[in-house]
Design a protein around this ligand. Structure first.
Ligand SMILES: Cc1cc2nc3c(=O)[nH]c(=O)nc-3n(C[C@H](O)[C@H](O)[C@H](O)COP(=O)(O)O)c2cc1C
Length: 167
């Protein structure tokens, strides 16, 4: 059975990684789109996005059409906001609690500095995972792209291809 990459991306870094992993592994992708778009510029971007992440909001999402029973493993992709996962992922996990039961999981995050470990711990808790979540962290891999960062993404994709993520 296939993998599904479920991700949110405000500025394209997470999408960049999701597409690269999908190209390398053959996974399908689902980009989450909040009905009310987050600000993407200046102070408002950090203020409203940061607040929404800290408050653990669950924003309403644009309708998506996905049959989760087709997938064995879900790979979550998120930017790090205030050391947290982005709110659209919370909505998705909440909306699909039953369908996610029994799946394997993995995750990757894009950040500028720090916070992904804390965010992964929160994600694991939301998913009810006790073991280690197979994961990778990328530093602004599109905005500050490099051959090294692309190689790091390829390496993570290879790890995913050759492993069974935790349940
Ligand atoms: C609201 C907001 C909060 C952020 N908080 C953090 C943070 O806590 N730590 C960090 O390293 N980067 C933080 N960033 C930077 C993004 O995580 C980083 O630029 C990421 O690569 C963006 O991914 P995207 O292009 O897919 O949206 C924040 C960005 C925004 C907009």
């Amino acid at each position: 059975m296939k993998d599904l990459i479920v991700y949110y991306s405000l500025e394209g870094n997470t999408e960049y990684v999701a597409e690269k992993i999908a190209a390398k592994t053959g996974a399908d992708t689902l980009r989450l789109v909040p009905k009310k778009a987050y600000h993407d510029k200046g102070f408002a971007k950090f203020f409203w996005g940061g607040k929404s992440a800290v408050m653990a909001e669950k924003p309403e999402l644009e309708k998506y059409d996905i049959d989760l029973s087709q997938y064995e493993r879900i790979i979550f992709g998120t930017p790090i906001w205030a050391s947290n996962i982005t709110p659209p992922l919370r909505t998705f996990i909440d909306e699909n609690k039953e369908a996610l039961k029994g799946k394997s999981f993995a995750a990757f995050a894009c950040q500028s500095g720090a916070g992904a470990e804390k965010a992964f711990a929160k994600l694991s808790k939301l998913l009810g995972i006790e073991g280690l979540l197979p994961s990778a962290i990328f530093i602004d891999p599109k905005a500050k792209g490099s051959e090294d960062k692309d190689a790091q993404i390829d390496k993570f994709a290879e790890t995913l291809s050759g492993s069974n993520a935790v349940k």
